[in-house]
Design a protein around this ligand. Structure first.
Ligand SMILES: NC(=O)c1ccc[n+]([C@@H]2O[C@H](COP(=O)([O-])OP(=O)(O)OC[C@H]3O[C@@H](n4cnc5c(N)ncnc54)[C@H](OP(=O)(O)O)[C@@H]3O)[C@@H](O)[C@H]2O)c1
Length: 247
């Protein structure tokens, strides 16, 4: 039977690439994001690849819209096997601007967007005693990145939250996989001028992410080189970071 997969942030980047890999396997797809025109293009390509897409124009920060969309997807697809909370935004905190909205927007989309996406599917997964939950965090959640405290905090929050959820969901035979990407070639990184170490294309990332979800692994860092760098990032003294980043 075709796998039923719901993906947020499916209009570009990693989410779009995930959709194509699942489409190739003949999955029934729920593709959610705010840009409907882009979702339509992704859906078209998914159909060509053999998938069965349904599109949902959705802002993941909107709790009731997410609940309605989850219900609608379960109805459209005839159930749910896998939910991937991938939608996310970057951006600077701009804390000295005096306007908290810059950072609040990031926290709302990247944290509440995940709870809004995943939790409405859990009663069905609990009832059927199976399911896969995957959440896209980031290696940026390892330390507070300069100027990007909101983004780092949001991704660190996902690490802690899913660490906790895994105990609960495991009892219901639902796997929880948290993904920690390094640099991936998408719209999010398109304007970054600095060198992006170990940059990986979104298609390769998507295949690796899906492989990990299917193995039921609890966490996954990609590209692999970051497995060495992340533990070092955790212990670099603040003084050294200050020295290296002071212009
Ligand atoms: N690229 C990287 O290097 C990298 C590294 C680590 C982690 N990540 C994470 O990977 C995930 C995907 O990012 P990406 O790199 O693929 O960037 P991207 O191409 O910019 O994709 C972001 C996706 O999230 C959607 N989105 C943003 N805000 C939304 C909202 N409020 N409601 C619904 N959808 C929303 C966007 O669609 P709409 O604009 O159409 O809504 C888009 O489809 C993010 O969580 C990001 O933090 C990326």
């Amino acid at each position: 039977m075709a796998q039923k997969v719901f993906i947020t942030g499916a209009s570009s980047g990693i989410g779009e690439a995930l959709a194509y890999v699942y489409a190739h396997k003949g999955a029934v797809l729920g593709l959610a994001a705010r840009r409907t025109d882009r979702l339509e293009q992704v859906a078209e390509r998914c159909r060509e690849l053999g998938g069965h897409p349904h599109i949902y124009t959705l802002d993941v920060a909107d709790q009731s819209a997410c609940q309605l969309t989850a219900k609608q997807f379960i109805e459209d697809a005839g159930g749910i096997d896998t939910v991937i909370a991938n939608a996310g935004v970057g951006g600077k905190d701009k804390i000295t601007s005096g306007d908290p909205e810059h950072i609040n927007r990031i926290l709302r989309i990247n944290i509440m967007g995940v709870t809004n996406t995943v939790i409405p599917f859990l009663p069905s997964m609990k009832e059927q005693k199976s399911g896969q939950v995957a959440i896209i965090s980031s290696i940026a959640g390892t330390r507070g990145l300069i100027g990007h405290g909101g983004y780092s905090a949001s991704k660190a929050a996902l690490r802690i939250m899913t660490d906790s959820w895994e105990y609960t969901l495991r009892r219901h035979n639902i796997t929880t996989t948290t993904i920690y990407p390094g640099w991936i070639e998408t719209e999010m990184t398109a304007n970054i001028k600095n060198k992006m170490w170990f940059l990986m294309d979104a298609d390769t990332a998507a295949k690796k992410i899906i492989g990990t979800i299917n193995k039921g692994k609890r966490s996954y860092i990609l590209p692999w080189q970051w497995n060495i760098i992340v533990p070092i990032m955790r212990i670099i003294p603040r003084g050294l970071i200050r020295m290296l980043t002071t212009k």
